[in-house]
Design a binder for this molecule. Structure first.
Ligand SMILES: *Cc1c(COP(=O)(O)O)cnc(C)c1O
Length: 361
């Protein structure tokens, strides 16, 4: 098989190693005489798998105590609703930092549940900048502050995480979890749909501080309470067992690479290759996001006109570079360069960009 360079935004590239290990275990798992897909979620091997995957995630992040990991279904989008359902009490306000379309979706979903307000927004600048959070005055009636650490569609990423003091900060980290070191303790909770940096689709990892977990609304349906997942070690009902298994393989791969520190270095190098190709093109390529806010996970740019952008995306496939069209809502081009995308992929894309500019500039 000739593997292409995969720049899809999610579901996204997985390391070949992880796929092959998954394939081996697909038919028979752990000497049990059956596949993991056929195994009761109440069986010991599955309980052990879930437990070990939780521990591994906490180890890689370096959160030693005070937090729990939950595995849930419904994607990151389900979290947009579950966060206010669990934590937005009457008389309180959920305050949202808007930095791109996913954060806006989270905010809109909260409005269907209770009182939600915009704390800061980059929408007026068309998401080309992140809003300034340095002078935040967060009212005492705030249930939580919600932010999106990396804006997958627009291509921006927060470097400074605000300090919200006693008010719980909740982060959607779907598109940059495990891609860089962070002061994770600034967050009372963060979550990530798996299909960008953690494995295939089907499971969402939620990391939540024990005190916030306790404060959750106990009057909503049991299946929607974070506390139900915590109490039952993510086995309240049948979890997406196979997706959790693939996440475990992915986490083990991360550990073998040297953990977050090593991946962060690679991610810096990868992003630098692409931004350099944009910035040295004499205006042939134009970055969509202003420099200090640029993402190291999703690199976005535009060209002179749509015609040329289409041609760029179409021709790129002949070089085995796949998935470069921008999101349908913003257009342009986007290279998603999550942890599993190797440096060579970005080098190949940067070369193609220079070559294409020479031919069409
Ligand atoms: C992809 C993505 C989502 C949506 O995830 P689903 O699992 O499809 O619901 C939400 N937030 C961010 C930041 C994303 O990148």
């Amino acid at each position: 098989m000739n593997r292409v360079y995969n720049f899809y935004p999610g579901p996204a590239a997985l390391p070949l190693e992880v796929l092959e290990l998954g394939q081996q275990a697909f038919v028979e798992y752990g000497g049990q005489g059956m596949s993991l897909l056929e195994m009761s979620h109440r069986s010991e091997p599955v309980e052990k798998l879930v437990e070990e995957t939780e521990q591994l995630l906490l180890e890689i992040i370096g959160l030693r105590s005070g937090y729990e990991v939950l595995f849930m279904g419904g994607g990151a989008s389900a979290q947009f609703a579950l966060v206010p359902m669990n934590f937005l009490a009457p008389g309180q306000v959920g305050r949202y930092v808007l930095s791109g379309s996913f954060s806006e979706k989270a905010y809109q979903e909260a409005r269907t549940v209770g009182q939600a307000e915009i704390l800061a927004s980059g929408k007026a600048e068309n998401w080309a900048k992140l809003p300034d959070l340095s002078q935040l005055a967060i009212g005492h009636d705030t249930a939580y502050v919600h932010m999106t650490t990396n804006n997958t569609i627009e291509g921006s990423q927060w470097t400074d995480i605000p300090d919200t003091g006693d008010i719980p900060l909740i982060g959607d980290m779907t598109s940059d979890i495990l891609s860089r070191s962070l002061d994770w303790t600034k967050f009372a909770m963060f979550y990530a749909g798996a299909q960008k940096n953690l494995g295939p689709a089907g499971v969402t990892a939620v990391v939540v501080r024990s005190d916030l977990l306790k404060a959750g609304n106990g009057k909503i349906p049991t299946i929607f309470q974070y506390a139900s997942y915590a109490k039952n070690k993510s086995l309240y009902n049948t979890p997406p067992v196979h997706s959790i298994f693939m996440m475990k393989l992915m986490l083990e791969w991360v550990a073998r690479q040297g953990g977050i520190a090593e991946l962060e270095k690679r991610n810096e190098e990868k992003a630098a290759l692409l931004y350099e190709a944009i910035d040295t093109s004499g205006g042939f390529y134009r970055g969509i996001v202003e420099e200090p806010f640029r993402s190291r996970m999703n690199v976005t740019w535009r060209m002179k006109d749509e015609e040329l952008e289409k041609k760029f995306a179409l021709e790129s496939t002949q070089y085995g570079l796949i998935g470069l069209a921008g999101h349908r809502s913003v257009g342009g081009l986007r290279a998603s360069i999550y942890n599993a995308v190797p440096v060579e992929a970005c080098r190949a894309l940067a070369n193609y960009m220079r070559d294409f500019a020479k031919r069409h500039g």
